[in-house]
Design a binder for this molecule. Sequence first.
Ligand code: PLP
Length: 447
Amino acid sequence: MAQQQNHIFYKWGGGVEPDLPRVDHATDEFLVTESGEELVDAAAGAAVTNLGHSVPGIEQIFESQSADVSYLSLSHFSHDAPEQLARTLASRSPGDLEKVFFTNSGSEANEAAFKLAREYFRARGKTEKSVVVSRWQSYHGATFGALSATGNTLRRRGFEPYLTDWEHISPAYPYRWSFDGTDEEQARAAARELETTIRQRGPETVAAFVAEPVGGASIPAAAPHPAYYEEIRAICDEYDVLFIADEVMTGFGRTGPLFAMERYGVTPDMMTLGKGLTGGYTPMSAVLVSDAVADEFARDDVSFAHGHTFAGNPLSAAVANFVVEQYTDGVLERGRARGAQLASELDALRDHPMVGDFRAVGPMVGLEFVADRASKAPFDPELKVYEQVYDAALDRGVYTYPGRGSVDGVAGDHLMLAPPLTLSKASVSRIATAVEAAVEAVYDRVS
Ligand code: PLP
């Protein structure tokens, strides 16, 4: 079964093109197909269902909130649920990220952050500042603005020309960096590409730098040395550029702490959230905005004429309030413990001839497959190794998140494991056994 489909259309008269396994129901970390097969969801959907399926109490939230009010135009009315959610997010996020702007998807959250950045500088009279710098091998969403910032070639290809003339720097990808020196020196050198780009482009034109704190869909679990973000923060401050942390995937315990930026002790100016915010129970996303940025919008002559019909709707907000409450210290700790167990049970893959880089950060594991460990040469993209490993794991009852293009945007195969934080120890073992066997099976075919 091919994983990355060319297209997915639901068909007039029923069914879907191409054929996909049909899920009958889901509980905890399990998907049960109509044919009765139980799959362990080692990807939490797309790193979304961080608490698993059927969390006790969720039905009552839907019931009671829809009995009160499901939808309101938040341009004209407010309601306790989104207000409560904003308070919670502000209190649990780092630094002075005190204001919240609601959106519906990760892509929309990034779009809103980019527009907020432009408007913020316009308010300060710096009208030329509009460029967003991002990194190659990144993913910030599918809409045109978010795609312009996205650096994943395969997800960009076919949609040229993009709407904006933006810039990309090297990915934060220690395994493939060619800088000299210690880990810290390499991290600083990689971050300084941002400074070079800002200077080349002209600081008066650059509004923001956006980055996934730890790699996600394109280079899963790639985590640079802390000096990287220390340097990024300093450069952004020096050139009056806003730092947007895209925590759509890394937020809500995915890398260990609630937010991945906590690993680095660096506060961004904006943080975009999605996925785990509602754990997949409803679509919702948000932009957390620092007081310093938000204050510019308090003036009468500054507005932010941007919004989406469903953004912040009370039903999604009530669900998010319930879900965010579940990310207790205990649940985050459980995610870290299960992540450590997973990494340890996959230990044999660290030296596997087909695994070039083995990355584990909290409950997130990234395996990069190479044809040759010494030269780090990727497999021929035609072999679709990522898809072969995905299929082999699925045949063994485990659903994973594969990807390609991690080397140069085209070549490079990888697999991400990002299970619910709440999964059982037994399920971790099932994942590890299946993934190890899947890698062996594919290695036998391609070596
Ligand atoms: N940003 C990151 C880091 C993501 O991983 C994703 C989705 O995978 C997005 C943005 C886009 O989110 P959405 O698919 O909800 O638009």
